[in-house]
Design a binder for this molecule. Structure first.
Ligand code: ZN
Ligand code: ZN
Length: 379
C-alpha cells in the first residue's frame, strides 16, 4: 500500500531546526509511547515503525540533509530500510542496542543485510516474474565451516570467557539498569580461540562468494515495493543467523498503460464518424487485444471499463482490477476531396449557420484572453 507519508519531523514531534539531541529525545518519547510491548492499540506497530523510520533518517546527517531538501521524494524508497516488521527484533534490549548504539561491545548478532534494486517492465510487474540476482556476499568458509581454525589443528580455551562463551555486562538505560549475558566478544561465543588459522579464510571463518539467487517478483507488485528475503544476506559467522536480502522493485513506465491502484488506464482514439455513428475498436490489454463497443454519440473523454483486465491484487493471486479506456475523439487535420465533400454535405444537413466573421462578442474574447496570456508567459 502506498499511503502518503507523514513528515518525519511531525512524526517525531520535533521542530525542523531541532538539534540532534532534541531529535533523540523526541524519538525516545515517541518510541516509548508506541512500542508494541507497551502500547496495545491496533496502529501502535505502524506508528512505532514510522517513528523508527523518521529517526533513522533524521539522525543520519547525510540522509537528514537529503530529506530536508527533497522531502520523502529524496529518500528513494530506502528510508524504511530494516523496519518491515518485528521479526528481526527481540525485546527491548535489542531495540536499545540497535538505536541507542549500546555503548559496549559492537558485535552484531547476525550477518549484514544486503540491498539490491531490480527494475521490471510494467507487464512483468502485473503478472510477476522470476529474476536472477548476482550477489557477492560473505558466506561461511567451506574449509573450516566457520570454525576459523585449520581443520585438524588444536584450539585453545578463550582467555576472556575461560571457555564459557558468555560474558555478563550491565547496561543502564532510561528504564533502569539490567544485566545482560551476551556472547563473548573475543571468541564470539565459541569458548575457544584459534591457534592455527584456517588457510583458506585466514581465520576469519567467512569467505566472499559470488552467488546467483532467484528472486520471485510477485504479480501485482508496485513501484517502490521492498521485498525481504530472510536469511539471504551475509553470513553472520558460525552459530549466527545470516542477514536478510532486501530487494527494491522499480517498475518501468509503459508506452500504453498507466496504473492507478490495480486498474490500468489507457487512451484510445476514435475517429469522429465512429464517435457519432458507433462501432467497434480494437484495444490492447495486458494480455493481447480485445474489441470494445463504441456507442453512437460517444463524446471525447468517455471512459469504457473492461472488467478484470487490470492488475492482480498482490498476494491474492486472482482478484484483478479493471482496465479503463478513455476514448479520445479525433478530428482529422487533413481531409481528401471526397471527405471534404461528404462533410460539407453533412454540415448542410445540420443546417449550421456560419459563424459571423467579425464577431463582436466582447464576452467571448474576454474568456479567451486569459488563455492567450497564459501562452505568452510560457513562451
Ligand atoms: Zn576457513
Ligand atoms: Zn571467549
Amino acid at each position: 500500500m502506498t499511503t502518503s507519508k507523514r513528515d518525519y519531523y511531525e512524526v517525531l514531534g520535533a521542530a525542523r531546526d531541532a538539534t540532534p539531541e532534541d531529535l533523540k529525545k523526541a524519538f525516545r518519547k515517541q518510541a516509548l509511547k508506541y512500542h508494541p510491548d507497551r502500547n496495545k492499540a491496533e496502529d501502535a506497530n505502524d506508528r512505532f515503525k514510522e517513528v523508527n523510520e523518521a529517526y533513522q533518517v533524521l539522525s543520519d546527517p547525510k540522509r537528514k540533509a537529503q530529506y530536508d531538501q527533497f522531502g520523502h521524494e529524496g529518500m528513494n524508497g530506502q528510508a524504511g530500510r530494516g523496519f518491515d516488521g518485528f521479526e528481526g527484533f527481540g525485546g527491548f534490549g535489542d531495540i536499545f542496542d540497535s538505536f541507542f548504539g549500546g555503548s559496549t561491545g559492537q558485535q552484531s548478532n547476525r550477518g549484514a543485510d544486503l540491498e539490491f534494486q531490480i527494475n521490471v517492465s510494467f507487464r512483468d510487474a502485473a503478472f510477476g516474474v522470476a529474476r536472477e540476482l548476482e550477489l557477492n556476499r560473505m558466506e561461511r568458509c567451506e574449509r573450516c565451516d566457520g570454525n576459523r581454525s585449520e581443520p585438524g589443528t588444536d584450539v585453545i580455551e578463550c582467555s576472556t570467557c575461560h571457555g564459557e562463551g558468555k560474558v555478563r555486562r550491565t547496561q543502564r538505560t532510561f528504564f533502569g539498569q539490567f544485566e545482560q549475558v551476551t556472547a563473548c566478544p573475543t571468541c564470539e561465543g565459541e569458548g575457544q580461540q584459534v591457534k592455527t588459522a584456517c588457510s583458506h579464510c585466514s581465520g576469519r571463518g567467512t569467505e566472499r562468494n559470488a552467488r546467483k539467487i532467484e528472486v520471485q517478483i510477485p504479480a501485482g507488485v508496485e513501484h517502490g515495493t521492498k521485498l525481504v528475503i530472510r536469511g539471504e544476506g551475509e553470513s553472520g559467522g558460525k552459530g549466527l543467523p545470516s542477514g536478510d536480502l532486501y530487494v527494491h522493485i522499480g517498475v518501468q513506465r509503459d508506452q500504453v498503460f498507466a496504473r492507478r491502484g490495480n486498474d490500468v488506464l489507457m487512451t484510445a482514439e476514435v475517429n469522429m464518424a465512429m464517435a457519432a455513428l458507433g462501432g467497434i475498436i480494437n484495444v490492447e490489454t495486458l494480455e493481447g487485444s480485445i474489441d470494445i463497443d463504441v456507442e453512437p454519440g460517444t463524446q471525447s473523454g468517455a471512459v469504457k471499463r473492461i472488467r478484470s483486465a487490470g492488475i492482480p491484487q498482490m498476494g491474492t493471486g486472482g482478484r484483478r482490477g479493471d482496465q479503463l479506456v478513455e476514448l479520445k475523439v479525433v478530428i482529422p487535420k487533413k481531409l481528401d476531396d471526397q471527405q471534404t465533400a461528404l462533410l460539407q454535405e453533412l454540415a448542410e444537413s445540420f443546417g449550421l449557420e456560419r459563424v459571423s466573421e467579425n464577431s463582436n462578442d466582447q464576452g467571448l474574447f474576454d474568456r479567451f484572453k486569459d488563455a492567450f496570456r497564459g501562452e505568452d508567459s510560457r513562451a
